[in-house]
Ligand binder design. Structure first.
Ligand code: GRF
Length: 188
C-alpha cells in the first residue's frame, strides 16, 4: 500500500479527485495538511474520513509554521509522496531538502509561463492561444521545480474565463491522480 500526504489551502477539488481515483486502489491519503483553518478542503477531508492536520499560518507566522510543518510531516512518516494541491505557501528549503523528489505540485499554466497566483486568469487576459497544466517536483522557489508532465489545451474563440477555468480544472482532475500513479507505481 502506498501512502501520500496532501497539502492544500483552498477549495480542495484536486484533493477530492485524487481521493476518488484511488478509492479502490492500493494507495491511501494518510493525511491532509492545511495552513488555512477556513479552507473547504478541511471539510472535504472530514466528509471523506481523511485525517486532517490544520496549522494556522496566519496566527503562527512563517517561522513557527514551518517548524511545526516539519514536525507534522516527520510524525506522519513513512509516506511515499507529498502532493501539493492548491497549497498557497512556499515550502522552505529545509523541508524541500529533507523530502527532495518527494514533493510534487500542480500549476494551472504551462510553466515557466504564468508562475504564481491567478495563472489561468493571467494567461487568458494575455491572450495566449494555448495554455494548460504543469505537474512538477517542488523546490524552494515558487513553481520552478523540474517538470514532470504538461498537458496543453487550446483557448477557443468562444471561451471566456469561466469556461477556460473549468476546462483547466477538468484537466487537472484527470491528470493529477494519473501522474501520481505513474510516479509511485510505474517509475522510469
Ligand atoms: C488548482 O488550479 C491548482 O492548479 C492550483 O490551485 C488550484 C487548486 O484548486 N495550484 P483546488 O483547491 O484543488 O480546487
Amino acid at each position: 500500500m502506498k501512502e501520500i500526504i496532501v497539502m492544500g489551502s483552498g477549495y480542495g477539488s484536486n484533493f477530492q479527485a485524487i481521493y476518488e481515483y484511488f478509492k479502490d486502489k492500493p494507495l491511501t491519503i494518510k493525511a491532509l495538511i492545511s495552513d488555512n483553518p477556513r479552507a473547504y478542503i478541511i471539510e472535504r477531508a472530514r466528509l471523506l474520513n481523511v485525517r486532517s492536520v490544520v496549522l494556522d499560518y496566519k496566527s503562527m507566522g512563517k517561522e513557527k509554521y514551518n517548524e511545526e510543518l516539519l514536525k507534522v510531516l516527520s510524525s506522519l512518516e513513512p509516506f511515499n509522496l507529498i502532493v501539493l494541491a492548491g497549497y498557497m505557501r512556499i515550502i522552505p528549503e529545509f523541508i524541500v531538502k529533507k523530502y527532495w523528489k518527494k514533493i510534487i505540485n500542480i500549476h494551472p499554466s504551462l510553466l515557466p509561463a504564468f508562475k504564481g497566483l491567478r495563472a489561468i486568469e493571467r494567461a487568458y487576459n494575455y491572450g495566449v492561444k494555448i495554455t494548460g497544466i504543469t505537474i512538477h517536483w517542488v523546490n524552494e522557489f515558487v513553481d520552478e521545480g523540474e517538470i514532470i508532465e504538461q498537458v496543453c489545451i487550446r483557448i477557443e474563440e468562444n471561451d471566456n474565463l469561466e469556461t477556460l477555468e473549468s476546462k483547466i480544472h477538468e484537466l487537472e482532475h484527470y491528470y493529477y491522480p494519473r501522474i501520481i500513479e505513474r510516479i509511485l507505481f510505474h517509475p522510469k
